[in-house]
Design a protein around this ligand. Structure first.
Ligand code: CAO
Length: 577
């Protein structure tokens, strides 16, 4: 057994391209050549296969990541260590295995090169398309009479491993197209003619492949070598919202359909579907071999719209029939205010980090979809803090690296509270409550790129020192951007501690599909009334903010949970009871 890094091989001119599909997940057993991810540039998509067989142990890429040759895709546990070593060497063997596909990437040449032109009419010639030979035309994207822009895709060709869109070398009008679906084409084939706007744009007798028209040479679209394997078709490109959902609900990965046939579609159709937010795996393909066409995507959109209109109509009827009950469907909000900030002073624009985009979408969904209520309480941690300081002094004396913070004690106390109030350790699944019999506690970690929630597994089986050690390892990994998907999955309940920073109370947002989250603020010395002696005494008080999903948890239960937690923290011996 050995753990190897599977890297992105030589993918031609693809550089810094976005990951649009993750086709495997941690724990999957994969074969050599099995597709791992799909990347996409603005004109093409390509599947990246594995150069090794084994079990996926850690994913190093996520939807939306930008990758290039040499980027690590995942860590794979292989059976053969010797073979592994060779493969894990950066890119080389992987590239060799991928060679046939990679060579399909056309050189930086023009897609449809311009051949001889009479006045402003030019021939459309299939450019150098690398190793693609006798490839079938699977899609005609224009027809005679169409006006096209430079770089607009004209038709799609497909080999057994890849599909590629061939763009126009210039802006103009298609005057002849000799192609039909199923035709086989090769570099140099003349497939039609077009008139171009102004002869100057197209040199009179440009040789077919050797010297493409300047406009074409500059065309960025010349690079792609899209791959859509017929043998192992891929899931639909996830819409941006789906992307966010992946990281937000780590236990579930919607980019990997559980089973079944996955959709075939060319890059332009995938892009079109993505722009409309259409999940391709729900679209029925009517093209050759069930391939999804642009018309299929449009038909799907129409049917969804028709369904939505019908539902709205039904709701309108229902609302009219029972006005007192109120509508309530949809938020019906004003559009986001659009302000030209620069009118009022200098501004700088910075795109949100990937983590912020993903967590933002999740926080938004959770905030909107969960009826949150926050119960605020305090715990007297005077004695516990003394004990913590004593433990840390002992740790320092023993030259141990482990430092115990209040959070470790709170995690352990939360586990005891979850055992006493099991509906806090549950998730809603439709009308069913799923009670978990394990205790994996997530904790929000602040990183330079945004908020992440690593999960400390089986907290009920660990002591305070082990919890402290693991938490510090996970927090370090989070800050270094090294958390794997598995590190953030399986959480039952989350804790967000701002105690190291400040604040009195706050309203944490529940991390769906969990049903509650505990916020810790900074502890402080407070005068507490001592009823026996009838005087104020200084006590260390920790603020507890418990947000709960009111569909699952009643306010009284939340108050009891928080009070019980407070009692445990005030007298930690009670955990033993
Ligand atoms: N009251 C007072 N002091 C506290 C405290 C509390 N409730 N909790 C921690 N501290 C102290 C610690 O004892 C430590 O003090 P010293 O440096 O003197 O030893 C200091 O604050 C820093 O603690 P820490 O933050 O390093 O350790 P932690 O175990 O408390 O927290 C982690 C770890 C990863 C949760 C934390 O570093 C972090 O990232 N917090 C931010 C979480 C966040 O962003 N939440 C908001 C999410 S919603 O937007």
């Amino acid at each position: 057994m050995a753990l190897v890094e599977i890297k992105v091989p030589d993918i031609g001119d693809f550089d810094n391209v976005g990951v649009i599909e993750v086709l495997v997940k941690v724990g999957d057993t994969i074969k050599v050549e099995q597709s791992l991810i799909t990347v996409e540039s603005d004109k093409a998509s390509m599947e990246i296969p594995s150069s090794q067989a084994g079990v996926v142990r850690e994913l190093k890429v996520a939807l939306g990541d930008k990758i290039s040759e040499g980027s690590t895709i995942l860590l794979l546990e292989t059976a053969d260590a010797a073979q592994t070593e060779a493969v894990s060497a950066p890119a080389a063997p992987v590239a060799e295995q991928k060679a046939p596909e990679v060579q399909a990437v056309p050189a930086a040449a023009a897609p449809v090169a311009v051949a001889s032109a009479a006045a402003s009419t030019i021939d459309l010639v299939v450019p150098d398309i690398g190793d693609f030979q006798d490839v079938a035309v699977i899609e005609l994207l224009v027809k005679v009479g169409d006006t096209v822009t430079e770089e607009q895709s004209l038709f799609t060709v497909e080999s057994d491993k890849a599909s590629m869109e061939i763009p126009s070398p210039a802006a103009g009008t298609i005057t002849a197209l000799t192609l039909k679906l199923g035709d086989k084409v090769n570099a140099g084939d003349v497939v039609g003619q077009m008139t171009v706007q102004g002869a100057a744009a197209v040199p009179a007798a440009a040789p077919v492949a050797a010297a493409p028209a300047p406009a074409s040479v500059a065309a960025p679209a010349a690079t792609p070598a899209p791959v859509a394997q017929d043998a192992a078709p891929v899931p639909a490109a996830a819409a941006p919202t789906a992307t966010a959902a992946v990281a937000a609900a780590p236990a579930h990965n919607p980019t990997v359909p559980p089973s079944g046939q996955l959709p075939h579609a060319s890059p332009s159709v995938r892009k079109f579907a993505r722009e409309l937010g259409v999940p391709l795996n729900e679209v029925r393909g009517t093209g050759r071999k069930g391939r999804i066409t642009q018309e299929d995507v449009m038909a799907f959109t129409k049917s969804v719209m028709a369904g939505a209109v019908q539902t709205l109509a039904q709701q309108a009827v229902a609302a009219k029939a029972a006005p007192a009950a109120g509508g309530g469907a949809g938020l019906d909000l004003l559009p986001w205010p659009k302000v030209d900030f620069a009118k009022f002073g200098a501004v700088e624009r910075k795109e949100l980090s990937r983590i912020k985009k993903i967590s933002g979408a999740n926080l938004h969904r959770n905030w909107v979809m969960i009826p949150h209520v926050t119960n605020n309480d305090v715990a007297d941690i005077t004695e516990l803090e003394e004990f913590r300081l004593q433990i840390n002094a002992e740790q320092a004396k023993a030259k141990s690296d482990v430092k115990v913070t209040m959070l470790a004690f709170v995690i352990k106390a939360v586990v005891a509270a979850l055992k006493k109030f099991p509906e806090f350790n549950a998730s809603l699944d439709g009308d069913t409550l799923v009670y978990k019999q394990y205790y994996h506690i997530g904790f929000a970690a602040d990183t330079p790129n945004g908020l992440v929630v690593p999960v400390l597994k089986d907290a009920d089986k660990k002591g305070i020192l082990q919890i402290s050690q693991e938490m510090s390892d996970l927090a370090r990994k989070a800050r270094d951007g090294k958390l794997g998907a598995a590190d953030m999955q399986g959480g039952c309940f989350s804790i967000s501690s701002l105690g190291g920073i400040g604040g009195t109370h706050f309203t944490p947002i529940i991390n769906a599909p969990e049903v509650a989250i505990l916020g810790l603020s900074r502890s402080s010395r407070q005068p507490v009334w001592n009823e026996d002696k009838e005087k104020f005494v200084p006590r260390l008080v920790l603020p507890l903010s418990l947000s709960y999903d009111h569909r699952v948890i009643d306010g009284a239960a939340a108050a009891r949970f928080n009070a019980y937690l407070g009692a445990l923290l005030a007298d930690y011996r009670r955990i033993l009871l």
